[in-house]
Design a protein around this ligand. Sequence first.
Ligand code: HEC
Length: 123
Amino acid sequence: MKRHRTAHRIAHLIAPSIAHSIVLAAGLSIVSSARAVDEAGARALMKQHGCDSCHEVDKKLIGPAFRDVAVTYRADKNASVKLQNKVKKGGAHTWGDIAMPPNILASDADIKTLVDWILSLPK
Ligand code: HEC
C-alpha cells in the first residue's frame, strides 16, 4: 500500500514535466515545419546523394552555385517541379554545355527536399 502511494506521488511529480515536454516538442515541430527546409538536413542529403561533388551553395563548381539557382528561379512558380524533374533526369544547356547526369539513386522525396531548400536560399 505504501509503495503504491509513493509511486502515485512520483507519477504526480513526473506527469507535469512530461506534459511540459510534449507541449515544448509540439511547439518546436510547429516552428521547424514553418521554416521551408531544415538547413542541416538538406546539407546532409546533398552529401549523401553526391550533389556536393558538383555543387556548392556559394561557388560554381561543375554545376551552378545553388544560391545562383535560387536567384534565377525566384519569380518562377513552377520552378520546384521543373527542377525536381531536371535533377532526377539530368540535362544540360541552362547553365552551360556540361550536363548534370541523372540522379537515379535519390528518392523523389529527397530530391523535393533538396530543390525546395535550394530555392529557399536567400540572396
Ligand atoms: C556530376 C555533376 C553533378 C551532380 C552529381 C549533380 N549536379 Fe546538379 N548540375 C550539374 C550541372 C553541370 C548543372 C548545369 C546543367 C545545365 O546547364 O542545364 C546542374 C544543374 C543543377 C540545377 C539547376 C538546373 C536548371 O535547369 O537550372 C539544380 C537545381 C541542381 N543541379 C541540383 C542538383 C542536386 C540536388 C543534385 C544531387 C541530387 C545534383 N544537382 C547533382 C552537375 C551535377
